[in-house]
Write a protein that binds this ligand. Structure first.
Ligand SMILES: Nc1nc2c(ncn2[C@@H]2O[C@H](COP(=O)(O)OP(=O)(O)OP(=O)(O)O)[C@@H](O)[C@H]2O)c(=O)[nH]1
Ligand SMILES: [Mg+2]
Length: 286
């Protein structure tokens, strides 16, 4: 990696934006080579911006994952939209991620219009569809006004080298934002709460995924208490599961991704309609 004093060194930010479920987090994880952001097949998985670092010869690229942008259904939706917008402010290049397996919609056009300045279209999940469908999606996106178009798959890695080379060339001169050894990703408390939510998302159906919020309220290694907040009393039982089985499974899966020895105390708490309360959002996301 370049020394801070290296006048040739370049560094900058690239933000990944798009509708919920487009594959932004999977892409960021793959590009930086580690899991910085949780992933699920439900939308609204990402709720805060996450940065992952990609170090290359003479260049550091900071990848910024953002919450999916959607027509807001409630305060949480509005909060996620403005979070994504803020995270994209001042970046050196933005990537609008379009799912190759979903038709281009008004949400995508809305986002493209908001992305003034330099942006690239990234057509994701090309492993899921035919070549013809990929070409169709590129054509459909042809009038969005992007500077470049990249069909990619975060699963197979197809197309990622070209995307990274493109972003690399756009990074301005400057020292690394993350000097060697500086941690990227989320603070450990937030990361752990996210891992808990990821496991819950994997097993929950219908509206429940949106009702769940997790946060670590006590960290005294190896003791970690994580609160699982739901919106209604009736949701508590679903999260806990028969004889606590769901919670147990979640805890086990999370511990496997943590340093050895963690004692994870998962507590379920009801906070009525937190998704619709600006006060609760401020307090819980603070
Ligand atoms: N086949 C295939 N599936 C993918 C690919 N990338 C992501 N997915 C799947 O798409 C779903 C959504 O992925 P995420 O990375 O969580 O999407 P996101 O855009 O971050 O979603 P939000 O955070 O909700 O906005 C998951 O089920 C992923 O496994 C890909 O390259 N190929
Ligand atoms: Mg995401």
């Amino acid at each position: 990696m370049g020394e801070a004093a290296d006048p040739e060194f370049r560094s900058g930010f690239v933000a990944f934006l798009g509708r919920p479920n487009a594959g932004k987090s999977t892409l960021v994880n793959r590009l930086c080579g580690r899991k910085v952001s949780i992933v699920s097949d439900k939308s609204q998985t990402t709720r805060r911006p996450v940065q992952g670092v990609l170090n290359r010869a003479g260049c550091q690229i900071v990848l910024v994952d953002t919450p999916g942008v959607n027509k807001p259904r409630n305060e949480l939706g509005r909060h996620l939209n403005s979070t994504a917008e803020e995270a994209a402010e001042g970046v050196d290049v933005a990537c609008l991620v379009l799912d190759a397996s979903a038709p281009l919609g008004r949400g995508d056009r809305f986002l493209a219009e908001r992305l003034q300045g330099r942006f690239a279209v990234v057509v994701s999940k090309i492993d899921k569809v035919s070549r013809r469908a990929v070409l169709g999606q590129l054509e459909a996106a042809g009038d969005l006004g992007a500077d470049a178009y990249f069909p990619v798959s975060a699963f197979t890695g197809d197309g990622l080298d070209l995307l990274v080379d493109y972003v690399d060339r756009l990074m301005p001169a400057g020292p690394p934002y993350y000097p060697e050894g500086a941690p990227d990703g989320l603070p450990r408390e937030v990361e752990t709460a996210e891992l808990v939510r990821e496991q819950l998302l994997a097993v929950m159906r219908d509206e429940l995924p949106y009702s769940i919020l997790t946060r670590v309220t006590d960290w005294r290694w190896p003791y970690i208490r994580c609160e699982i907040i739901v919106e209604r009393e009736s949701q508590r039982g679903i999260v806990v599961g028969k004889r606590g089985e769901t919670l147990k499974k979640v805890g086990t899966a999370v511990r496997l991704q943590m340093p050895e020895g963690a004692y994870l105390d998962l507590r379920v708490r009801v906070e009525r309609d937190w998704q619709n309360s600006p006060e609760a959002l401020k307090r819980l996301f603070g």
